[in-house]
Design a protein around this ligand. Sequence first.
Ligand code: FRU
Length: 449
Amino acid sequence: MQMKNNFRQKLHLEPSNGWLNDPNGLCFFNGEYHVYFQYSPDSAEGIGRKCWGHWCSPDLLKWRFTGTVLLPDTPEDRSGVYSGCGFVKADTLYLFYTGNVREEGNHDYITSGRGANVILVTTKDGHNMSPKKVLLRNADYPDYCSCHVRDPKVWEENGRYHMVLGARTLAAKGCVLYYISDDLENWTYDRTIFGEDESYMWECPDAFTLGGISFLSVSPQGVPHEKYVFQNVYSSGYFTIGKDGDPENYREWDKGFDFYAPQSFDAPDGRKLFIGWEGIGDIPYSNPTTALGWQHCLTLPRELSVNDKGNICQTPVRELERLRIDGTAVNNGAAVSAELPFEFVGKCIGNFSIKLSGVMTLKYEDGEFSMTFVSESAGSGRTVRYAKLAECTDIRIIADTASAEIYLNGGETVLSSRMYPEDTQITLNSEGVEGILYRLGWIEVITDE
Ligand code: FRU
């Protein structure tokens, strides 16, 4: 059965209209998961008011969109309710975000003309917000910072509260500012962490401990492109924090075309979960949904773990396995018909290739994995992305109607990309791989408004 693809995702959160970027305020609070996001309800191109939209879910499968919950309606956030985080304490959810202000006049908006305020709101139900309280202004940041300071992420450690902020110095260097507090409202500057990369700005920092290792996640801008790293306009990855507190061993979170500004959060059962924006700003490719009235989605929620090399592995949250309807064995060399959305779980034997007809070819050959779109329309301008891998033992593909997430080697390497096949029915050809192809049900999204 040939079914024309309308590009409405079946597994990924996306707005029904307008533009989405970063996930914000991710948490488990009051018996539910809360996913806020950067939302421009007025335009699929991201023009106009920048707000926070809000979904919540008891199980990461049934979602409710409760609407636009934070709007740019005060002097301190009048040009945008920018990215931020959620922190749960007792019966209250604390939301910290950046109030963006563009002043009138002749400014470069880097060294002058931009206000970046850390603002706090609290909520008892995730939807109705307290009045806004400004906690930090540009004057509270170190003198060497430009006006670009944003995206607070807060956590508790050793009985105190900690906050990281992404920043650009006046000398155009990316860095992270650390602040400390005893009451979540009064914050004292502690230190700055610089990397050794060539970026001019680090956006959306996150700091967390996993498997006894401290990690710092950042989304650097301005790093020169190379074949196997920094392939996209902006990068996103994590450092290990060494004993002396320095960031070491930057590894990119994702090698696909569409991944940026991720955030980690804790599930009540102790799992470290993780969601990114399945998109990037200022891309040289496009998304045909824009003409249909919406643009961008979030990645699937993922579980994080650390492997024996000290690298973080990402796997789709196990809740998604409940969407599996039935599985078909796929033998080495087989061509099977698959209806989107689907999941393929395979074991690889040396070099291999998987062809998704009319969409892309995934190939592993002599240490190089590649994802190649087969036509201009299927990738909407996306071409090829690479990952260098000493070996590739397993592959897991979750293909939605308009995106694919590819997990290699137990999720040590991931590639996330939007895709735009004309039909929802495709053929999967495997060479050097055998596995199981699952038909998948859909997540449920209802809207309050
Ligand atoms: C990252 C980002 C953040 C900012 C937000 C604005 O994509 O640029 O740094 O807070 O988006 O929408």
